[in-house]
Design a protein around this ligand. Structure first.
Ligand code: AMP
Length: 368
């Protein structure tokens, strides 16, 4: 099976690592030379909208998938005329725009914060009056890790946010005073088989994910609710592959924030912590194979390595620590790798996490 992946970052790299035991081969397309996945497989260093690069990329492939949601839809449609491409272009298109994404949630009965499209300063002022302060303004496209986003706390914040957006299409949302951020990873195969990973709680700092772990203390029924929402979205979009949905938890309920049509950082723990990793299940789904179980094995938590590289030996001395480095040059705010710590029970996990965060010089991560 020859799999082509658009994007050769760490997600692509981990897809390849999961696919080799199944005998898959990989080719990547990414404009940035020496991308993380290029250390494992052929990378065509070309633009996503360059017809010649797309032609070379597609030659001899059995199917195409992608590892980031900002792939130009035109490139996906172009490839889809020649090869199976999953997740389907329609799903990518719906999820690239925060407005159509939220409209899809609304249509399917998935709860969201109140939201409205913003095409003028007057629209923004009107929404702020309606939703009250604080209010969150986001660019409809290309935002990630908190970029392209402004929290309006007072009336005087409205105009500067509008000006900073510099004409980009915007969405405005009511502010959700959430207790926790949770996500679910779901997967649907070409044959329509589905699997769901347990809800994960996510801790961010400066807009970047720092720690993910299977959520403790989830009220009975919440997992089924999250699965139902994912189920509805996957059916509506004819979805194939892994889908991540991020939620706010408030008063025991879920409010959907956003989705990603790809494997997701909050699912890296599944490599060691679940029966089948999100990466393997994504490949099984797109390659028309049976899915693997998504149940948790023991206890685990994942910590992202941001900006600086740790001392490898010190990390590996922590019992149950599994280090993943992505082959990137360190730079402030850059995801360079992650560590998943596994344990037999919650107490052992807490001890190991304390040791790991000590080694990493981090002391502020929640690890109940
Ligand atoms: P996003 O880019 O939509 O994932 O947002 C980045 C982060 O901003 C989220 O992880 C939340 O912590 C916060 N955030 C986004 N939207 C809202 C909202 N409507 N209410 C409160 N916090 C939000």
């Amino acid at each position: 099976m020859n799999v082509g992946v658009l994007g050769a970052g760490q997600l692509g790299r981990m897809l390849a690592l999961a696919g080799y035991p199944l005998g898959f081969r990989f080719r990547f397309l990414d404009p940035t030379p020496d991308a993380p996945a290029s250390h494992l497989a052929e990378q065509i260093a070309g633009g996503y909208e360059d017809p010649q690069a797309l032609h070379r990329f597609a030659e001899g492939l059995d199917l195409v998938t992608y590892e980031f949601e900002n792939v130009p839809v035109a490139a996906i449609r172009h490839l889809a005329r020649r090869l199976p491409v999953y997740p389907p272009p329609e799903a990518l298109e719906a999820l690239q725009d925060r407005l159509t994404e939220k409209e899809l949630f609304r249509r399917l009965g998935v709860p969201t914060a109140p939201f409205a499209a913003v095409d003028s300063l007057a629209d923004l002022e009107e929404a702020v009056t309606e939703f009250g302060l604080p209010t969150v303004v986001k660019t409809r496209r290309l935002g990630y890790d908190g970029k392209g986003q402004w929290i309006l706390r007072q009336g005087a914040d409205v105009r500067p946010a509008w000006e900073a957006a510099d004409g980009a299409a915007l969405i405005v949302e009511g502010f959700v005073p959430f207790e926790r951020e949770l996500s679910i990873l779901a997967v649907r195969s070409r044959a329509g088989e589905k699997a769901y990973y347990p809800l994960v709680e996510n801790h961010h700092r400066d807009g970047i994910l720092r720690l993910s772990r299977v959520a403790a203390g989830v009220r009975p029924g919440l997992q089924q609710e999250a699965e139902g929402y994912a189920d509805g979205v996957m059916d509506a979009l004819g979805y194939v592959g892994v889908l991540a949905i991020e939620f706010f938890e408030i008063g025991g309920s879920l409010i959907a924030n956003e989705m990603a049509p790809r494997v997701h950082n909050s699912g890296h723990w599944t490599i060691e912590g679940a029966e089948t990793s999100q990466f393997e299940n994504h490949l099984r789904a797109v390659a028309d194979l049976p899915l693997g179980g998504a149940a948790q094995r023991g206890q685990s938590a994942m910590i992202n390595l941001i900006g600086t590289l740790p001392d490898t030996a010190a990390i590996l001395r922590v019992p149950g620590a599994h280090l993943h480095l992505y082959g990137k040059t360190p730079r402030a705010g850059r995801k360079l790798g992650h560590v998943t710590v596994t344990a037999h029970d919650a107490d052992e996990l807490a001890d190991r996490l304390t040791r790991l965060t000590g080694e990493l010089g981090i002391n502020s991560y929640t690890h109940r």
